[in-house]
Design a protein around this ligand. Structure first.
Ligand code: ATP
Length: 142
């Protein structure tokens, strides 16, 4: 089966993933993308998501927060703000981040004018990161 090299790195951890894979499913600002070997050149921005990696007849997941992805026919390069394999995700921390973000969003939406101290875009982004981390761990968020 044809393969394409996937490399994922973050500023903090350096390289977190480097393997020949069969397919990557990820989410960009324009929607879901499925990348197969020999894909056309592409440069795009990724949003927080539970990426699905198909390789060797199996499938694994990898959380990434936002970042950039460059694709050539032979290689996928992702530079992400943060990336974690399932075993590296702290579920309690993600649940707490989810709760915090959800509370901020609810408070803001109840009376936006009274809560101008809340950065709603930041809260929405934190919620998206927490949701994707919990999705990788199979924890339902509703
Ligand atoms: P928190 O509010 O809990 O810090 P966050 O989404 O704001 O969550 P990030 O800014 O995405 O956190 O990540 C900061 C660093 O902490 C990164 O190195 C990331 O890998 C790590 N990290 C954040 N949340 C978790 C988690 N639930 N499990 C493992 N590592 C995490």
């Amino acid at each position: 089966m044809a393969t394409i090299l996937l490399e994922v790195a973050t500023p903090d951890k350096g390289e977190v993933y480097a393997k020949d894979i069969n397919m990557l499913i990820t989410r960009s600002i324009d929607g879901e993308l499925g990348i197969l070997p020999k894909h056309a050149n592409l440069l795009t921005e990724l949003i927080p998501n539970a990426m699905r990696i198909k390789e060797g007849g199996g499938e694994t997941q990898l959380f990434i927060s936002g970042g950039f992805m460059e694709v050539t026919p032979e290689k996928i390069t992702i530079l992400a703000d943060a990336a974690e394999a399932p075993d590296d995700i702290d579920v309690e921390r993600a649940k707490n981040a989810y709760k915090r973000a959800e509370e901020r969003i609810t408070t803001y939406k109840s009376a936006p004018k009274n809560h101008e101290e809340i950065d709603i875009d930041r809260a929405e982004a934190a919620l998206a990161r927490a949701k994707a981390r919990l999705l990788v761990k199979g924890v339902p968020t509703g």
